[in-house]
Design a protein around this ligand. Structure first.
Ligand code: GDP
Length: 286
C-alpha cells in the first residue's frame, strides 16, 4: 500500500498538478471508495474541479453494503451530481461509465457536427485520494497492450494519453489528492478501510472503532464470526469485549495480534460487506 505524507507543500503541488490536468480533459472521473464515499473525497475537490463535467464514481462496490450504496447514489443525484457505482477490480460497471461519458459529450458533438466538425476522442482524467482504485481503473480501461499516443504538442508537461474504445483518451497518470484530515472519525474510517497505513493510527484504536461500528450496525455478523453471545456485545464496553476476544482466541494480552486479525477479517470481507459512511452523516462532512 502506498502512503503519502501530505505536507502543505505537497498539497499545494498536488492541487496545481490536478488543476493543470483538469484543464486538458472533457470529463473528470472523481473516484471514491463506495464504503465511505464522503470520507474518501478530497475536502476541496469541488473547488479544484470547478465547472468541468464530473462523475462521482463509487469504486469497490463489491465491498460496500448495497443498500447504502444506493442511498449515496440517490443522494448525489438529488443534488444534481452524476454518480455511479463500479467494481474496477472485477470489471463491473465500466461500460456504463463509458456510456455516461458519451452522454455528457453528445450535445457538444452534435453542435460540432452541425458546424461540419467530426467528433474527436473524449478526454478523461481519473482523480481521487490514494488507494481508491485509480490505477486499477486505468488498467481496466486501457488493458495491458494500450496504445499510447505520445505527448501532445503544446502541452508543457509530458502528459501521455492512453487510447481505448476508439473514442476515449485517458491521461496516463491519475490526479492524486489528499484525504480529509481534520475529522478524527474520518481518519478512523480511512484507516479501517485500509486507505491510510495502520502505523499512522494505533491498531487498537482502529480495532475499537471497527468493533464499535459492527456492534452498532451489523451485530449478528460479529456474533457469528467470533462465536460471541448477545450479552458479550450488550453487557460490557467495547474495550472489555476486545479484551475478552483477545483472551478467547489465545493471544493472551497481545492486543495488537487480535487487532490485526479483526482488521484483516474486516478488510477481507469476512465480516461481510460494510459501508462506513451512513445516511444522514453527510452534514458532518460537508
Ligand atoms: P490508487 O492508489 O487509487 O491507484 O489505488 P489502486 O488502484 O492501487 O488500488 C488500491 C487497492 O484497491 C488495490 O489493492 C486494488 O486491488 C484494490 N481495488 C481497486 N479497485 C477495487 C474494486 O473495485 N474492488 C476491490 N475489492 N478492490 C479494488
Amino acid at each position: 500500500m502506498k502512503t503519502i505524507q501530505w505536507f502543505p507543500g505537497h498539497m499545494a503541488k498536488a492541487r496545481r498538478e490536478a488543476t493543470e490536468k483538469i484543464n486538458l480533459v472533457d470529463i473528470v472521473i472523481e473516484l471514491v471508495d463506495a464504503r465511505l464515499p464522503e470520507s474518501s473525497r478530497n475536502p476541496i475537490i469541488n473547488e479544484i474541479i470547478g465547472n468541468k463535467p464530473r462523475i462521482i464514481v463509487l469504486n469497490k462496490m463489491d465491498m460496500a453494503d448495497g443498500a447504502i450504496t444506493d442511498y449515496w447514489l440517490n443522494y448525489y443525484q438529488s443534488k444534481g451530481i452524476r454518480a455511479m457505482a463500479i467494481d474496477a477490480q472485477h470489471n463491473k460497471g465500466l461500460k456504463q461509465l463509458q456510456t455516461q461519458c458519451r452522454e455528457i459529450m453528445q450535445p457538444y458533438f452534435d453542435k460540432k457536427m452541425a458546424q461540419g466538425v467530426k467528433p474527436r476522442a473524449i478526454r478523461l482524467i481519473i482523480l481521487g485520494i490514494p488507494n481508491v482504485g485509480k490505477s486499477t481503473l486505468i488498467n481496466r480501461f486501457v488493458g495491458k497492450n494500450q496504445a499510447q499516443t505520445g505527448n501532445k504538442p503544446g502541452v508543457t508537461k509530458a502528459q501521455r494519453w492512453l487510447k481505448f474504445e476508439k473514442d476515449f483518451e485517458l491521461l496516463d497518470t491519475p490526479g492524486i489528492l489528499w484525504p480529509k484530515f481534520e475529522d478524527p472519525q474520518v481518519g478512523l474510517k480511512l484507516a479501517a478501510s485500509g486507505a491510510i497505513k495502520d502505523q499512522l493510527l494505533a491498531i487498537d484504536e482502529i480495532t475499537l472503532y471497527v468493533l464499535d461500528f459492527m456492534k452498532q450496525y451489523y451485530p449478528q455478523r460479529l456474533l457469528e464470526r467470533y462465536q460471541l453471545t448477545a450479552s458479550d456485545l450488550d453487557d460490557q464496553s467495547t474495550t472489555d469485549l476486545f479484551i475478552q476476544m483477545t483472551a478467547k482466541f489465545g493471544y493472551q494480552d497481545d492486543y495488537e495480534q487480535m487487532g490485526q486479525r479483526i482488521l484483516h477479517d474486516f478488510r477481507q470481507l469476512n465480516l461481510g460487506r460494510v459501508s462506513l459512511d451512513r445516511p444522514n452523516e453527510e452534514a458532518s462532512h460537508a
